[in-house]
Write a protein that binds this ligand. Structure first.
Ligand SMILES: *Cc1c(COP(=O)(O)O)cnc(C)c1O
Length: 354
């Protein structure tokens, strides 16, 4: 398949002050689009001006949520080079999500090459300051107009780009986490390990309640026993417990995060033992009180690393340590961002330079 590049007519002005960039609210001039019809496969790949799609009101995605997405970033380094972090892993996960949702897979090499081409064309949109980046959102939706529950025969796949400011403006700040003992995000056998829109729609109600009560994030427990901690909204959770790194295993309900994977590699190199095991909410609450749980943090592309300041479960809240980000948490944040921005050598082969 060829990639067509269509001209843009009115390039938008950049945001004058990079500190004013709000996550996910500004988009660049171009987007990548390709279409799929069963029988024909993927076709009509093109980079075209950013703008609205025409969608039939019966488009199946609008009724049955056959949708998947990804999230990754491109960074502008101090030497001017553009770097991406493990983009092959995102494309591979996009296809795993596609399989789970009965959607067509993309050709990984073509998709990644096209993505890199889009970023080259949109390079001026990549902000300069430390901590800023260009957020990349590949998406696939079922567009066939049909009322009836079955996999669609027609799809649209697109990639949009959004320049984003530093996540932590006033320094890295610990979050207050509410552990939900009622609502669940994903059950075994469900779609928790796919990055599909419905998972996030299903999480909104609990997240809204959490926000109304002054919490930053919901930590989900397993759906069966409501006993083991799994992950938060768009981050995997890792714990420094009894001197070891503990995180939920990937058994279908937890998203296989690329940041999680990278952190596990880094902590092993730092000499920590890693336990991918079910960690109970009692261990978390008791551990925070007794000090066996020294640190806890979320890991995901958008925030990189997010330290936890306190956990609240039922009627009890416990603070972790002195309420400041933990030492290992900060070390991992610094190490990951150093690899992304090129301050530390990329000895794992995680970085793709444009
Ligand atoms: C995207 C996401 C993550 C983090 O994955 P990364 O690849 O590290 O960005 C974790 N949990 C959920 C539910 C997610 O959607």
């Amino acid at each position: 398949m060829d990639l067509k590049i269509l001209p843009i007519e009115n390039p938008k002005p950049l945001i004058a002050n990079e500190n004013d960039l709000v996550f996910g609210q500004q988009f660049t001039d171009r987007m990548l689009v390709m279409e799929y019809d069963s029988g024909r496969g993927w076709h009509s790949a093109r980079i075209q001006p950013y703008g609205p799609f025409q969608l039939d009101p019966a488009a199946m995605v609008l009724h049955y949520s056959q949708e998947i997405f990804e999230g990754l970033k491109a960074f502008r380094r101090p030497d001017g080079k553009i770097a991406m972090f493990r983009p092959q892993d995102n494309v591979a996960r996009f296809n795993r999500s596609a399989r789970r949702m009965c959607m067509p897979e993309v050709d990984e090499k073509f998709f990644l090459d096209s993505l890199l081409e889009l970023i080259r064309l949109e390079e001026r949109w990549i902000p300069h300051n430390e901590g800023t980046s260009l957020y990349i959102r590949p998406t696939m939706i079922a567009t066939e107009p049909m009322l009836g529950v079955r996999p669609a025969n027609r799809y649209l796949c697109y990639i949009i780009l959004s320049p984003v400011g530093a996540y932590y403006k006033g320094g890295i700040a610990p979050v207050k986490i509410w552990i939900s003992d009622f609502y669940v995000r994903a059950a075994e056998g469900g779609t928790g390990e796919a990055k599909t829109g419905g998972n996030y729609a299903a999480s909104l109600y609990a997240a809204k309640q959490a926000a109304e009560n002054g919490y930053d994030q919901v930590l989900w427990l397993d759906a069966k026993e409501k006993r083991f901690v799994e992950e938060v909204g768009s981050m995997n959770m890792l714990f420094l417990y009894d001197g070891k790194i503990v995180t939920s295993p990937l058994h279908g309900t937890v998203l296989d995060g690329i940041t999680r994977r990278s952190v596990l590699t880094l902590v092993k190199e730092l000499g920590y033992e890693v336990e991918e095991r079910a960690l109970s909410v009692d261990e978390v609450m008791e551990g925070a009180k007794s000090g066996r749980l020294e640190e806890a943090f979320g890991a995901g592309t958008a925030v990189v690393i997010s330290p936890v300041g306190s956990f609240c479960y039922k009627d009890t809240c416990v603070d972790l340590g002195d309420g400041k980000p933990g030492k290992l948490t900060m070390q991992l944040y610094n190490q990951l961002t150093a690899i992304q921005y090129g301050r530390q050598p990329d000895k794992h082969g995680w970085v793709t330079l444009l």
